[in-house]
Design a protein around this ligand. Structure first.
Ligand SMILES: [Fe+2]
Ligand SMILES: [Fe+2]
Length: 306
C-alpha cells in the first residue's frame, strides 16, 4: 500500500513587508486584499499543526498543489523554501505552483526555482517543457506509482486568477500518460486549478480545461489532485475505459471561523490487486478548537481499472 498525503493553498503567513517598488502593479491589490481580509483567514499556526500531524502519520509521499505564497515577493519564496526544507526533503514532497506563486513575473532564480528540488523528475522524461515556472510536466516514479506535476501557473491581470497549461505541456502530458499507462502504472496528476470545464467562473478558471479533459479521455489517469477554490471538490471525468476521480482539497491554513471549510488534508491509500488499482480517500481536518487535526468522514471511494 502506498499512502499519499495531499494538501494545497498554504498561503504562508506572515507576509513579509514589501517595499514600495515591489507594490507597483498587481501586487498592490493583492497586498491590500491580504491586509483587509486574507490575513485573518490564513494562519501560520494552523499550517504548522498540519505539518506536525503529517509527519506523525508518516505518508510515503506528499503532494502540494500550489499557492505556497501570496503576492510573489522574493522574500516569500525564500520563506516558503525554508518552510519546505523544515517540512521534509525534496524526494518526499512534490510541489506544483499556483496562481499566487506566479502573481507577477519574478526572475526564476529569485522565484519558484528556489523550490527546484521539490519539482524535479526522478526518471528521465523527454516530454518536459520549459514553462513560466520551470520544467513541466515532471514525473516522479515510486515503484508502480507515478506522480505527474503539471503547471497551470501564469501571471495574469489584476483581479484575475485563471490559469493555463498550454499546448506544449498538454502534448507532453499526453505522451507521458500514454507511456505510463502502457506500463500499467498508477498515474496521479497534480495541478493547481480545478481542471475540468465548468468548475469555475472564467476569472478563476483553467482556460484550457477542455483540452485537458480531452487528453484524459484519450490517455487516461488514475487520479487527479488540485486546489485553488479553498473548498472540498469532487468530480469524475471520462477516461478511455473508466471514470477518473478528480479531487480538490481546501486550503491548508484556513481558520475555522470563516465561510470556507477549515484547513484539512486528504490521504489516499493506493493498492494494486491483480490488474486493478484501488484508491481509498480519507481526510484529516482541523478540530473545532484549532488544537490539532483529527479524522473526519471518508471521502468517496474509487476503484480504478488499468
Ligand atoms: Fe489559494
Ligand atoms: Fe489559487
Amino acid at each position: 500500500m502506498f499512502l499519499l498525503a495531499h494538501l494545497s493553498d498554504v498561503h504562508l503567513a506572515p507576509l513579509p513587508r514589501p517595499t514600495l517598488k515591489e507594490l507597483l502593479g498587481k501586487r498592490l491589490s493583492g497586498y491590500l486584499s491580504w491586509c483587509h481580509n486574507r490575513q485573518t483567514m490564513h494562519a501560520r499556526e494552523i499550517i504548522d499543526l498540519m505539518v506536525r500531524d503529517i509527519i506523525d502519520i508518516k505518508p510515503d509521499h506528499i503532494a502540494i498543489t500550489g499557492d505556497l505564497v501570496n503576492i510573489a515577493l522574493e522574500a516569500e519564496f525564500s520563506q516558503a523554501q525554508r518552510w519546505l526544507e523544515n517540512f521534509g526533503p525534496g524526494d518526499w514532497i512534490s510541489v506544483v505552483p499556483g496562481n499566487h506563486d506566479a502573481y507577477v513575473p519574478v526572475s526564476r532564480n529569485k522565484g519558484i526555482e528556489r523550490w527546484h528540488s521539490y519539482m524535479t523528475a526522478n526518471i528521465p522524461n523527454q516530454h518536459q517543457t520549459r514553462c513560466f515556472a520551470g520544467d513541466f510536466p515532471y514525473v516522479r516514479r515510486f515503484d508502480d506509482i507515478a506522480l505527474i506535476g503539471v503547471s497551470s501557473a501564469i501571471p495574469t491581470l489584476p483581479f484575475v486568477a485563471g490559469g493555463r497549461i498550454g499546448k506544449d505541456q498538454l502534448d507532453g502530458l499526453e505522451n507521458i500518460l500514454c507511456d505510463l499507462g502502457h506500463q500499467n502504472l498508477c498515474r496521479i496528476i497534480m495541478i493547481h486549478h480545478p481542471p475540468l470545464p465548468g468548475q469555475n467562473h472564467w476569472r478563476k478558471a483553467l482556460w484550457d480545461a477542455d483540452d485537458f479533459k480531452d487528453v484524459l479521455k484519450s490517455c487516461g489517469a488514475e487520479l487527479v489532485l488540485h486546489g485553488h477554490n479553498h473548498t472540498h471538490m469532487f468530480q469524475t471525468t471520462p477516461g478511455p475505459d473508466t471514470a477518473i476521480p478528480v479531487y480538490g482539497v481546501p486550503s491548508a491554513s484556513m481558520v475555522t471561523k470563516k465561510h470556507k471549510p477549515p484547513a484539512c488534508y486528504y490521504l489516499f491509500e493506493i493498492d494494486k490487486t491483480h490488474q486493478n488499482w484501488s484508491i481509498n480517500a480519507t481526510m484529516r481536518a482541523l478540530s473545532p478548537d484549532e488544537s490539532g487535526f483529527e479524522d473526519n468522514s471518508p471521502l468517496p471511494q474509487h476503484q480504478a481499472q488499468t
